[in-house]
Every structure is written in C-alpha cells, then in structure tokens.
Design a protein around this ligand. Sequence first.
Ligand SMILES: Cc1cc2nc3c(=O)[nH]c(=O)nc-3n(C[C@H](O)[C@H](O)[C@H](O)COP(=O)(O)OP(=O)(O)OC[C@H]3O[C@@H](n4cnc5c(N)ncnc54)[C@H](O)[C@@H]3O)c2cc1C
Length: 380
Amino acid sequence: MTRPFDAIVTGAGISGAAAAYELASGRRVLMLEAESRPGYHSTGRSAALYTPNYGNDVVRALILAGRPFLDRPPAGFAEHPMVKPRGAIAIAGPSESETFEERLALSGPGHEIHEITPEEAIRQVPILRREGIARALFEIDIEDMDVAAIHQGFLTGFRRRGGELVCDARVDRIERRQGRWQIRAGEVAAAAPILINAAGAWADEIAALAGLPPVGLVPKRRTAILVDLPPGSDPARWPALDDCSNEHYFRPDSGTRLMVSPGDETPSPPCDAQPDEMDVAHLVDWLERTTTLQVRRLAHQWAGLRSFVADYSPVVGADPLAEGFYWLAGQGGYGIMLAEPLARGLKGLIESGELPADLLRHGATAAALAPRRAGLAPAT
Ligand SMILES: Cc1cc2nc3c(=O)[nH]c(=O)nc-3n(C[C@H](O)[C@H](O)[C@H](O)COP(=O)(O)OP(=O)(O)OC[C@H]3O[C@@H](n4cnc5c(N)ncnc54)[C@H](O)[C@@H]3O)c2cc1C
C-alpha cells in the first residue's frame, strides 16, 4: 500500500534531519534513510568545527545566519550547549607569506584575526616545533560543535512533531504521477507532492532516479586520524591548529587525543569512504615534522565525503525541471554549520518562494543557491 505524506525527505544526515524538522510543523513528513542509522556518512565523520571565515561569500553569509540557533536553540532541543570556544592558530613557513597575509585580511567586525609570535603559538600548543614557523596568527571565533547533539536535536524534534523516520530504506524508484512523487525504498511505498533531495554525495543519483539531470556534484574524500598524546598532556584548552595553506590541521579530541587531517580533497564516487594509506602516511609525516609527537599507533582513522558543485555554494530550492522536487545538497565542508539556516531557507522557498529575511539580510539569495543556476552542470 502506498502511504500518503505531505513531504518525503531522502537522507537522514544532518541536512535531511534539519529540513525534516523544519517541515514537520504542520505537515506529515516521512524521512527515508538508506543506512541502518542516521549520520553514518558525512555527518558522522566531520571535524566538528565552527569556522565563520570559511568558504565563499554565500557560505559565510549562511554561517552567520545560523549562529543565533547554535547559541540559543529552541527549548528542549539540546541538553548542553551545542558550541564551545576553541580558537585556532594558523602557522606559516617562510615561503607562505602571501597566504598568511590573505588569512589575516579575513579579519573583520565580529570575526577577529590577529598576528601572534611563534613563541606565543608554542605557549598555547606546546607540542609545536619552533623550526619552520615564520609567522603565526590567532582566530578567536573558531568553536567546537557537538555534531551528535545537533543532529539528535533535529531527529528528536522531528519525531516530536509527528515525523516518521524509516532506516534501512534506500530509495530506489521515483516517479511523478497524478501530482505526487511516488517513492519506493525496498518494501516502503509512499507518495507526496514534495520530495526533498538531501542524499549528500548521492544527490545527483537521486535526481537521476527522478529522471532529472545532475547538478554536477563532486564528492571529495577527506581523511582523518586520531592519535594519542603523551601521558600528562592537557590539550583541553589548546586551540585548533592549521598550516595556513589549509592543507593540514589538528584539533584536540576528547580526553588526550588529537584529531588530525591532511585537508585532502580527492574526487570520489559516492560511497562508504575509506582512508587512503598514502594519505595517512603523509599526514603522520607532517605531524611528526610539525610537532614533537612520535606516532606509534593510530587510535582511529576514517574518511568522509565533502560534496561540492562547481561554484562551491550549496544547491537549495525547487528544480524548475520538475514540480515539487527540491534540492538540499552541495554542503561541502560546511554542512554542519549550514544545516539549520539551509533548512529554514528551504522551508521559506517551499512556502513563499523566498528565503527568510535574516538569510537575505546576511547576503544570501535564492538565485545564488538555485539548482539550475549558470555555471553548474548543464541541464540536458
Ligand atoms: C573529514 C570531514 C570534515 C568535516 N568538517 C566539517 C566541519 O568542521 N564543519 C562543518 O560544518 N562541516 C564539516 N564537514 C562537512 C559536513 O560533515 C557535511 O557537509 C555534512 O555532514 C553533510 O550532511 P548531509 O546530511 O548533506 O550528508 P550525509 O551526512 O552524507 O547524509 C546523506 C544521507 O543520505 C543517505 N542516502 C543516500 N542515498 C540514499 C537513498 N537512495 N535513499 C535513502 N537515503 C539515502 C545516506 O545514507 C546519508 O545518510 C566535514 C566533512 C568531512 C568529511
């Protein structure tokens, strides 16, 4: 039997969960997730950092629009604060003067970046080696995000609003008939006038199932490792650290562990991404050259996909080629920060064709997010 809904969301990562949560007030919403649990793919593999100076102008506008929600979520959304101060240091070698100046120039009202001495950098992150650091800067506004709590907040709120989540339900057939999207996901059959494509790296595949051309999404693999710090280390107050050209970074993880990433961006088909041995070896080499750590074993290693379109802005809104088909994709390396503002943006576009006033005020526009905007994969 085909069950009727007002909207069906494909994918229960943080993007789909946030959209389902927003849409479920006043609508019957079904969310379908291919895996046995939500968050198995990119959402569960992020660096969990709030970085307001990251991405292009559209992305930065959206990050700022999402800030009030992180500071003051609705009552009952999360038991603890969802963001915590961390700060970040960037170090530059003698040949990285240009990138260093570019980074410093990103400083602005509400997002202060200032130069510090290499000695101060080492005082704050005592494992750093002095050699190789020509200059250093400090960004105060970088914060840790509790990704699991934010994701869980959306999922719990969605259920409280009457929404239904079905896991182990990979959408494998999509047809538009009699003004509704008819969806099959294994044994599940459902129909709704609105379909939200929040399938992360698989969003172009969902479009293909619906007979639509791709937007040109490119999933890019990023590797990460966890290493133990020596006994006696107290990294809780260390800032995150990166090497200015944005190629490598680390941040304290829980307890006395460090999460380290090479900042790789290797194009990949949509898949259960796995770390590449060579990437891990290069990363350990960088870590041992940059810090006094000797890495004997890895506590954990993983990889995840960050999916981008050609202009690196997200893809959000109605597809003009198919009534009732909405995109929520291309969140790249910012999808945790953007989950709430994009979900509200999508709701606004569905209900009135406009983004909410606060997103517009920050400089985001529907045109900059539109699925068939110029410069993305041509509609064939
Ligand atoms: C190493 C790394 C570091 C990152 N660091 C940060 C960071 O510090 N800050 C930040 O904001 N962002 C960061 N990101 C980016 C962020 O993790 C992603 O942008 C975000 O998780 C994307 O969420 P999503 O819901 O769109 O995708 P996903 O979490 O991948 O969810 C998509 C879901 O769709 C499901 N799906 C796919 N096909 C189907 C189908 N046919 N039927 C049903 N379900 C389907 C998948 O199973 C998946 O669960 C990082 C990413 C990586 C990999």
